[in-house]
Design a protein around this ligand. Structure first.
Ligand code: FAD
Length: 318
């Protein structure tokens, strides 16, 4: 079933969902399935699986020159989605990114998903943190998420890249996209970012998932601004509990978000990361309860493929 159908069927009840990462190469999928298993108690109607582009690593060769090697550390998003779907009978949402693929390769991947009965996708530009070349895709790859949205929306109309199929088949993907209550870091201001978000919606996005935030006011204000800009599709808040003191600086650096002073002060007072985890879980429970009371369609937890904190939060909230 589509994410938007799950939301419609819930008739205003807030749903619980999670995002997991593919295992690192060398680890087994069983570890990931063990993470998901206890979370199934809270009946997530869908589970997102992230996509990871190749990272650039540098090795010194025997002749002294430095070799640049593109390496994918977490491959297998599509296969993992199929495995989770088969094991838990739950809908899965693979993330697909622009760079690294030609539009033809993207089309093939979408056919594979279609054959697997996976009809939800979250379409993204893709991180360029660990691979600066990802920001300047080669091979005619899409540059912005909206280009991907346009391609998938056309496939849903039976329009393919180079030819019409003989039996007039159409795909039936529900299209999710990302948004940033505190603005995307490359955007000059929130209004410009909203203009491009509206463009993604006009290209065919069906729902939005937000970047994590720690101050609900930012989400509520963002939703109001979206509605005023004519963005009327569901906006799912993304949540993550703080777990380490070091995240006071790493989360703002990596994700370009603010940590509210009250939360930062609480974390500073902790004597170790065990106490930080407690603070992070309590903060996330309060955030979740307020978002649920305000009628958020789904609470979507970034688990980082660890379940303990999310279980505790879900027990308190759902
Ligand atoms: P876009 O919507 O393409 O926007 C990128 C920037 O360009 C924005 O500043 C926007 O305002 C601007 N812009 C958009 N369209 C245009 C245009 N036509 N002309 C000019 N400017 C434009 N990354 C991964 O690699 N794998 C994942 O699995 C993954 N999952 C994510 C899930 C969520 C919920 C979120 C919030 C992020 C995720 N990311 C993931 C990170 C994401 O890829 C990065 O944040 C990326 O920098 C932006 O992606 P986007 O899809 O929002 O980009």
């Amino acid at each position: 079933m589509k994410v938007t159908e799950h939301i419609a069927n819930a008739q205003g009840k807030t749903l619980f969902s999670i995002e997991v990462l593919p295992p690192q190469k060398g680890k087994t999928i069983d570890d990931l399935l063990r993470v998901i298993e206890p979370l199934m108690e809270f009946k997530p109607p869908f589970i997102d699986v992230t996509y990871h582009r190749e990272e650039l690593i540098y090795k010194k060769r025997s002749d002294g020159l430095i070799e640049e090697i593109p390496l994918r550390k977490r491959p297998g998003t599509v296969g993992i989605c199929a495995a989770i779907k088969g094991r838990f009978n739950v809908d899965t949402v693979p993330h697909l990114v622009c760079g690294g693929f030609t539009p033809e390769e993207t089309e093939d991947a979408l056919f594979t998903l279609h054959y697997l009965g996976i009809n939800n996708v979250l379409l993204l530009q893709g991180d360029s943190d660990k691979n600066p070349k990802a920001a300047n895709p080669k091979n005619n790859a899409h540059k912005y998420a909206s280009d991907l949205v346009y391609q998938v929306a056309r496939m849903n109309q039976g329009k393919f890249l180079h030819e019409e199929t003989e039996n007039e088949m159409k795909t039936n993907f529900c299209i999710g996209v990302a948004a940033y209550p505190e603005k995307h870091y490359e955007s000059p201001n929130l209004n410009t970012d909203l203009k491009w978000l509206k463009h993604k919606v006009d290209c065919g996005a069906d729902y939005i998932v937000t970047q994590m935030f720690f101050d609900n006011k930012k989400y509520f204000e963002f939703v109001d601004k979206c509605r005023a800009a004519g963005i009327l599709i569901p906006i799912i808040p993304g949540l993550k509990p703080i777990a380490q003191r070091s995240q006071l600086s790493t989360l703002p650096r990596i994700f370009h978000i603010d940590i509210p002073e009250a939360l930062a002060n609480e974390v500073e007072k902790c004597k170790d990361d065990k106490e930080v985890k407690r603070v992070g879980i309590e903060w996330c429970i309060q955030q979740s309860k307020e978002l649920k009371a305000a009628g958020a369609p789904v609470l979507h937890y970034y688990t980082m493929s660890r379940s303990e904190a999310t279980i505790e939060i879900a027990k308190a909230v759902f």
